[in-house]
Design a protein around this ligand. Structure first.
Ligand code: ZN
Length: 331
């Protein structure tokens, strides 16, 4: 464990990690020391120091300091073990990233070659070609990925380990619309939505990563949180670009920490409105969690039986959804 830890800290220097998380700093003095605003407490004068040679930080404002793991513990509100797992997962995802990029690019090319995929998107109210391109949406027709990636030099073993193909070499994603999930530019997972009778949702066997597109949203004072990527896509299409998605109603500790990185942020929960009340219960549970983290939670009520995707696919306009936001309830 100690060795793992040292290797990890060498491969991911503290300064690099901070910069990936939008920490801006100036060099101070001739030594490898940097100073900037503390990411752990609100302040207006920089008192957070990083010694790049020693790989350590110290804040004169809040008195906290330590190494990369300590920083992750404090900033993400994770235990030591959780922090280590979080960082290891990030590193693994980064090293697998080229394979997932190639996979996503291949599936993206397939989208327009298969009428059933384009029709499916239209049926779900997604019609803006620029947005479909921006989200990198693709289609897995099935049976062709292995051959394509083998030609690019990827081994059978690496595809199987990544969960892209079965032991028999069959595509794991088959007749599914694909959404790449990115974090700091890297694809960390792929989400596939079945267009046939197979179980609707599929992710690769790895962490689902942080909140969708959080890099572009972390400055927002109000955020719309939805369950699914089709909900997100139609909301972006309608101009609600402050929408993010956790893929499901359960948020991981790092995802909760992302929402909480700006105190007082307002989170609109626009979950599915199911007959069995599962979505509503999940929204209430999450709203309580958010409130205890110092955030403002609002429950967006859609017409019975609707989720944001079906609401727009049924003809709702941006004005309709804005009214839903205005009427959003306190939990
Ligand atoms: Zn501080």
């Amino acid at each position: 464990m100690k060795e793992d830890l040292e290797r990890l800290k060498q491969r991911l220097p503290l300064l690099e990690y901070l910069q990936q998380h939008h920490w801006t700093a100036c060099r101070t003095g001739p030594r490898q020391e940097w100073v900037g605003l503390c990411p752990l407490h609100p302040e207006t004068r920089p008192s957070f120091y990083v010694n790049a040679r020693k790989n350590l930080f110290y804040c004169h404002g809040c008195g906290r300091g330590g190494d990369l793991i300590r920083f992750v513990e404090l900033s993400q509100h994770l235990s030591f073990r959780q922090s280590l797992a979080y960082l290891q997962q990030r590193m693994a995802a980064a090293s697998d990233s080229p394979l997932l990029e190639q996979t996503a690019a291949f599936y993206q090319l397939q989208l327009h070659r298969h009428a059933e995929a384009v029709e499916y998107l239209q049926g779900r109210g997604l019609h803006d070609p620029a947005l479909i391109e921006e989200l990198g949406i693709g289609y897995a027709p099935g049976g062709t990925l292995h051959r394509h990636l083998a030609a690019l030099g990827y081994s059978f073993q690496s595809l199987w380990q990544a969960g892209l193909i079965s032991r028999q070499g069959h595509d794991r994603f088959w007749r599914r619309i694909l959404f790449p999930c990115r974090q700091q530019g890297h694809i960390v997972n792929l989400y596939g939505r079945s267009i046939g009778s197979a179980f609707p949702h599929q992710l690769l066997p790895r962490s689902k990563g942080g909140l969708f597109a959080w890099e572009t949203l972390h400055h927002c004072s109000s955020v719309i949180l939805v369950e699914g990527l089709f909900d997100l896509a139609v909301l972006w299409q309608a101009g609600f670009r402050n929408t993010t998605c956790a893929i499901g109603t359960h948020l991981t500790p790092p995802q909760l920490a992302q929402l909480g990185d700006r105190p007082g942020r307002c989170i609109y929960l626009a979950f599915d409105h199911d007959d069995n009340q599962a979505g509503q219960r999940a929204a209430h549970r999450l709203a309580r969690q958010l409130a205890s983290a110092g955030l403002i939670a609002r429950l967006v009520l859609l017409p019975p039986g609707h989720d944001p995707n079906s609401y727009f696919a049924a003809g709702a306009t941006a004005a309709d959804f804005t009214r839903c936001l205005e009427r959003a309830q306190q939990p």
